[in-house]
Each structure stands twice: as structure tokens, then as C-alpha cells.
Design a protein around this ligand. Structure first.
Ligand SMILES: Cc1cc2nc3c(=O)[nH]c(=O)nc-3n(C[C@H](O)[C@H](O)[C@H](O)COP(=O)(O)OP(=O)(O)OC[C@H]3O[C@@H](n4cnc5c(N)ncnc54)[C@H](O)[C@@H]3O)c2cc1C
Length: 476
């Protein structure tokens, strides 16, 4: 085992494997440490089509296509008394589908792919601590898995650290202390796997079913091995009060199923085949996603409520951005601070935009008479005035980017209607006559919004992602 590496990646989930593979393919010396030995269980089975072009760039799409995972051509919503489908597009289009994956298999495939592309992968290697040179992480102290606990700690030094440690958040929770939980989406998920469930009789092929109930919502995800993953998301306060009344997680879950006609119907002939799992899925962000010598990717940087199945998309998208930023830094094309600013702003923008869309979708639920629905209201507490403004501008101005997430674009159209209406209000700005005809307040509002957009950091807007002839950043 080498005592030093150019880039150390901590964590072998989708974010870690993706960033490591991209960097190794660019010719850098990359070591990835993963504390578990794969395959290991993980939640997060429903992928968005926006993951497919990234898997393609990574050279892993054909391998994923060959796995036999359940094809996913869209979603079916039974939400607040209304039903609608989301189709990912024309089947003849390149990325008009995604998959419902068994994460232990999917994550192992990506990690094996990383090895095949030249990444030095160590499984069963837990990074215990980091040592810093000022604010710059320089050395990791790690332990190999050991049955008798007697294997001594080892050290590895590195030029750059990529923290892909997921919700454990090595850098943010232990050193930077920059993780901030939102007040909104303080939810808990309870889920299990069922055998013998019916196929969803409506919606596109392999659709995820998203169904609201009075105190939350359910996902139903069909998997290729015949199991149906069924999860309840409810507010932690609702869950706690039911627990205080003596209800077990199992009872809370089963009672909620009875309130959900779609899921009840799917499960009528089915049998629960594993003990239920419970996890808090609180949403959070870190105040910073980069700093001297490090990048945070995927859940290590931020986590968003699972309503729109955005986790693996954000993990692989941030991995692509971080790999491009770091590749350009290592080749001396772009300064570290400038690349960090690009990464920071681009990833945060993608996250905030989805945060707004998720919140809009929660607010669209018409029967908001229970605490759960009130508690999903996004407020200034959750992102701060500047962030909320930026989120707004992101939705308004970032529709181009949303094309990378076809599903999200459609949902944005469906759910962020009022924000999109604002976009139409912005366009007359370029038409002086229309501006003059406006009420002064209206004119002021529009000018303020445009001013805000113009004031976004120039660094991020002055750089863009390039894939050819090599992955990196380029000045516009
Ligand atoms: C209830 C729920 C439902 C969800 N549903 C979906 C869904 O349907 N679709 C979707 O796209 N997303 C979903 N998600 C989100 C998804 O699970 C995550 O966003 C995604 O796994 C993030 O990938 P990652 O690589 O950042 O982190 P992870 O996949 O968590 O990987 C992090 C890895 O780091 C390793 N690690 C941690 N600490 C260390 C250390 N010190 N040293 C070495 N290794 C370490 C861990 O063992 C782990 O393997 C859901 C999440 C929840 C909570």
C-alpha cells in the first residue's frame, strides 16, 4: 500500500466511485478508501435519467445496461387527490429512461469499474482521522478491517482530498462543523421489501409510485429481482407522537399503508420479507462545499428529502463537477480558488433548485390539514435570504441546466408554475417600451431580480465545464 497519493477519495458510494473514475481516466493517481466491504446495503434505488449521460461519460453505462435492472420510464403520482404520470420522453431519445437499481449491486458495479479504470481501491479501509497543514487536509489515518481489532493504524498523505463519505460527512461533521440542518423536511423514512406484489396498473413502464397519505407519503419502487421497495416518509414529530402512544414503527407503517389505496392494492397479495428499516432523512447543506485542498461531493456536501429521487443524480453530478474542477487545477489551467468557486456555485445551484422544486411539490398538496404538510414549507430559516433569492434565480435562469434532468424539468414545469411565470415577467426587461408601461413597483421588482442575477460571482459564470478533448474547466 502506497504511503502517498495525488488524490484521496473517502467513500465508495456513487459520488466517490464516479469522481475517482473520472480523475483516473484523466491520468491522475487516485486512491479510494471505503470502510465497508462491498456489496453492502444502501437505500436510494430509484434513479433519474440525468444519471445516464454521466454513466455514459464514465464508460459504465453499458455495464449498467447489461445488469438487468428494472427499466424506469417515468413516475406515477397520486398526490393530494390528483393523479398524474411523468414520462421521461420518447423511447427513441438517448436518455429517456433510467433504472430502479438494487444499490448493493449498482454501487459494487461502479466501484469495480473504478478499479478497472486505474483507481487504487481499498475496501474495508476506514478513514479515522485527518491531519491538517493549516486549513489544508494533508494526511489520513486509516484502519483496515480486522476481525480481532489488532491491525495497527496506517497513514497516507495526499495533495487533494475528496470527501465522498455520504451522510457520515467526515470533513463537515468532524472538522469544519459546517453542516446545517434545514427546519423544513425534518422527516423520517420507514421502509421494507415485499415479495409477490402486483405491478402498478397505471403509469409508464417500471414507474416509481409516489402516493400521499394524511401524514406523509409513500414510495413504491419495483426491483428487477421481483421485490417491491415500499417506504413511508413522515414527519419526525408525527412519528414521535405515535411512538409515545405506544405504536411500533411496524404498526405506524402498516396503518399508513391502509390509508393509501394504491399501495394497499399493490400489496394485497404480497408478503413483507425483511424487517423494516428506519432512517431520519433530514435535509442539510454544508456552508461550504470546498476549501483549501478539498472538495465535498454527494451527500457529504448536502442532502435533499427523497421525494424526487434526486440523491444519486446529485451525487454523480457533483462528482463530475468536482472531477472537472480538480483536473483543471492539477493541470495548472485554473487556480484552485477559482475552480473551487465554480464548483461551489454550480453544485449549490443544482441543489437549491431541486430544494425549491421539492418544496413546491409539497405545497401543491391540496389537503394540507395535517402537521406534516405544514412542516414542509420552505422558509428563510432553511436557506437564508441570499440562498432563497439564489434558488429563485436558479429556477428562473437555470432551465437550460435542468435539461440534464428531464424528470426534474417536467416536474419543474408542473410544480414551479409561479416561478416560471416570473421568468416570463423578466423577459420584457429587454423591451424598454413594455418596461415603461409597467407599474413602478413591478418595474422595481424586475430590476431588482435582474440586478441580483448580474451580481452573482463572475468566477462561476466565467468558467464552464468541458468534456472534450479532456474533462476540465474552460474560460468562456
Ligand atoms: C429514505 C431515503 C430514500 C432515498 N431514496 C432515493 C432514491 O430513490 N433515489 C436516489 O437517487 N436517492 C435516494 N436517496 C438518497 C441516496 O441514498 C443518496 O443521496 C446517495 O446514496 C448519495 O451517494 P454518496 O456516494 O454521496 O453517499 P453514499 O452512497 O452514502 O456513500 C458513502 C460511502 O462512504 C463510506 N464511508 C463513510 N465514512 C467513511 C470513512 N470514514 N472512511 C471510509 N469510507 C467511509 C460509506 O461506507 C459509504 O459506502 C434516499 C435517501 C434516503 C435517506
Amino acid at each position: 500500500m502506497s504511503k502517498s497519493t495525488q488524490v484521496l477519495v473517502v467513500g465508495g458510494g456513487p459520488a466517490g466511485s464516479t469522481v475517482a473514475t473520472f480523475l483516473a481516466r484523466e491520468g491522475f493517481d487516485v486512491t479510494l478508501m471505503e470502510k465497508e466491504v462491498f456489496p453492502r446495503y444502501h437505500i436510494g434505488e430509484s434513479l433519474l435519467p440525468s444519471c445516464m449521460p454521466i454513466l455514459d461519460l464514465l464508460g459504465a453505462k453499458e455495464k449498467v445496461d447489461a445488469c438487468g435492472f428494472q427499466l424506469k420510464k417515468g413516475g406515477y403520482f397520486d398526490w393530494g387527490g390528483e393523479q398524474w404520470d411523468i414520462s421521461f420522453g420518447d423511447p427513441s431519445e438517448d436518455y429517456s429512461y433510467s433504472y430502479q437499481v438494487v444499490r448493493s449491486d449498482f454501487d459494487q458495479l461502479l466501484l469495480d469499474h473504478a478499479k478497472s479504470q486505474g483507481v487504487s481501491v481499498l475496501e474495508g479501509a476506514e478513514v479515522k482521522r485527518l491531519r491538517f497543514d493549516g486549513a489544508r487536509p494533508r494526511t489520513a489515518i486509516w484502519t483496515p478491517v480486522s476481525r480481532d481489532g489488532r491491525i495497527p493504524e496506517q497513514e497516507i498523505s495526499f495533495d487533494f482530498l475528496i470527501d465522498a463519505s455520504g451522510r457520515a460527512g467526515l470533513m463537515t461533521t468532524r472538522y469544519l462543523r459546517t453542516r446545517r440542518y434545514h427546519d423544513v423536511f425534518k422527516n423520517i423514512a420507514v421502509w421494507g421489501y415485499w415479495k409477490g406484489a402486483k405491478n402498478l396498473p397505471v403509469g409508464p413502464e417500471g414507474a416509481i409510485a409516489i402516493c400521499s397519505v394524511p401524514d406523509g407519503w409513500f414510495w413504491g419502487i419495483p426491483l428487477h429481482d421481483g421485490r417491491l421497495s415500499v417506504g413511508l416518509v413522515t414527519h419526525r414529530a408525527t412519528f414521535a407522537s405515535k411512538r409515545n402512544e405506544g405504536a411500533s414503527p411496524d404498526r405506524i407503517y402498516q396503518e399508513a399503508i391502509r390509508e393509501c389505496p394504491v399501495i394497499t392494492d399493490l400489496l394485497t397479495p404480497a408478503e413483507l420479507i425483511m424487517p423494516l428499516r428506519v432512517e431520519q432523512d433530514y435535509s442539510y447543506t454544508s456552508e461550504r462545499f470546498t476549501g483549501p485542498g478539498y472538495f465535498l461531493v454527494g451527500d457529504a456536501a448536502c442532502f435533499l428529502d427523497p421525494l424526487l429521487s434526486t440523491g444519486v443524480h446529485l451525487a454523480t453530478y457533483s462528482a463530475l463537477l468536482a472531477a472537472a474542477s480538480l483536473a483543471s487545477v492539477l493541470r495548472g489551467e485554473v487556480g484552485e480558488e477559482e475552480a473551487g468557486d465554480f464548483y461551489e456555485q454550480t453544485y449549490r445551484q443544482a441543489y437549491l433548485r431541486l430544494l425549491v422544486v421539492v418544496s413546491k411539490l409539497y405545497q401543491q398538496y391540496s389537503g394540507k390539514d395535517s402537521y406534516f404538510w405544514e412542516a414542509q414549507r420552505l422558509t428563510l430559516h432553511d436557506c437564508g435570504a441570499a440562498d432563497l433569492k439564489q434558488a429563485f434565480v436558479s429556477v428562473v435562469s437555470g432551465i437550460e441546466d435542468l435539461r440534464d434532468a428531464q424528470a426534474t424539468l417536467e416536474l419543474a414545469m408542473e410544480t414551479a408554475g409561479d416561478v416560471l411565470a416570473e421568468e416570463r415577467k423578466l423577459s420584457p426587461l429587454y423591451n424598454k417600451k413594455t418596461l415603461e408601461r409597467m407599474l413602478p413597483e413591478e418595474r422595481e421588482l424586475i430590476q431588482a431580480k435582474v440586478q441580483f442575477f448580474k451580481s452573482l460571482p463572475q468566477e462561476a459564470r466565467g468558467l464552464h465545464l468541458v468534456m472534450k478533448p479532456q474533462l476540465g474547466l474552460a474560460h468562456q
